[in-house]
Design a protein around this ligand. Structure first.
Ligand SMILES: Nc1ncnc2c1ncn2[C@@H]1O[C@H](COP(=O)(O)OP(=O)(O)OP(=O)(O)O)[C@@H](O)[C@H]1O
Ligand SMILES: [Mg+2]
Length: 251
């Protein structure tokens, strides 16, 4: 099974130590990345996608080979949706996806076959020839998910893919990602715990650039105090909130 291994990966931005000795092995399956604003989720995604250089000393390997030496081959297996990405309003969805397909090194024939397929996956088939400028925020978001799925990637990184999506579309994206569980490594960051609670094989909770906890939902919830309901939101609150506070009585 293909694997992505990070060993001792660090990232400093001037004074800020944004990622601290990150060490983890990702195999096929869905990995949910949780953590508050500034925890280091995007820093990690940008490093894995080779869009950001980590500090010296760490190692990132895909199937045992350093990603830095894989070059274009790594880009071929990678699908990345960054948190912040601008779209060209004057492009149609089709033109945008053709452009990304070309950047990813897909042949014209491959692009022609795959573009309708990814558009269908994100429920945008009817909008292929429409200008992006006329898209709603959620439609743009789904188009960005579609571009990450081009090229049948083995490693899919989605940085807050469901931000701004309505509940129906969120459920659709959840189901869509489930379809990749067996054939790809999918890393998804989100602030919406329910997006990953039922589908993720493993959860990683990042806190100040470090792994505060990781494991299956079952493993993480089993560590909760006995009187607390066993769900992922409570695991999150256990790490970042005050679970023992009584929210209903103020005295
Ligand atoms: N280009 C940069 N220059 C300086 N500091 C940065 C830069 N990018 C990120 N940081 C800092 O690194 C830390 C981690 O940021 P990061 O964007 O990875 O967090 P995040 O978990 O993705 O947060 P969010 O939930 O808000 O997207 C934060 O303290 C942030 O201020
Ligand atoms: Mg982020």
């Amino acid at each position: 099974m293909p694997a992505l291994t990070l060993s001792n990966v660090n990232k400093h931005y001037k004074q800020k130590h944004a990622l601290k000795s990150f060490t983890f092995t990702f195999e096929n399956g869905i990995y949910g990345l949780l953590g508050p604003n500034g925890a280091g989720k995007s820093t990690l995604m940008n490093i894995i996608s080779d869009n950001l250089t980590p500090d010296n000393g760490g190692e990132i390997k895909w199937n045992g080979e350093p990603i830095s030496s894989l070059g274009a081959k790594y880009r071929e297996i990678l699908g990345f949706m960054p948190q912040q990405q601008s779209l060209y309003d004057t492009f149609t969805a089709l033109r945008f996806l053709s452009y990304i397909a070309a950047l990813k090194g897909l042949s014209k024939a491959q692009a022609k076959k795959q573009i309708p397929y990814v558009l269908k996956m994100v429920d945008l088939s009817d909008c292929a020839k429409k200008y992006i400028g006329g898209f709603s925020g959620g439609m743009k978001q789904r188009l960005l998910i579609a571009q990450a799925l081009l090229g049948e990637p083995q490693l899919i990184l989605l940085d807050e893919p469901t931000a701004g999506l309505d509940p129906k579309q969120r459920v659709m994206i959840r189901r869509l990602l489930e379809g990749f569980k067996e054939k790809a490594t999918v890393i998804v960051s989100t602030h919406i715990v329910s997006d990953i609670e039922a589908t993720a094989n493993k959860i990683i909770i990042l806190k100040d650039g470090e792994i505060a906890a990781s494991g299956t939902v079952k493993e993480l919830t089993s560590e909760l105090p006995h009187n607390i309901e066993k769900n992922l939101e409570n695991v999150y609150m256990h790490h970042f909130g005050d679970l023992n506070r009584d929210y209903f009585c103020e005295d």
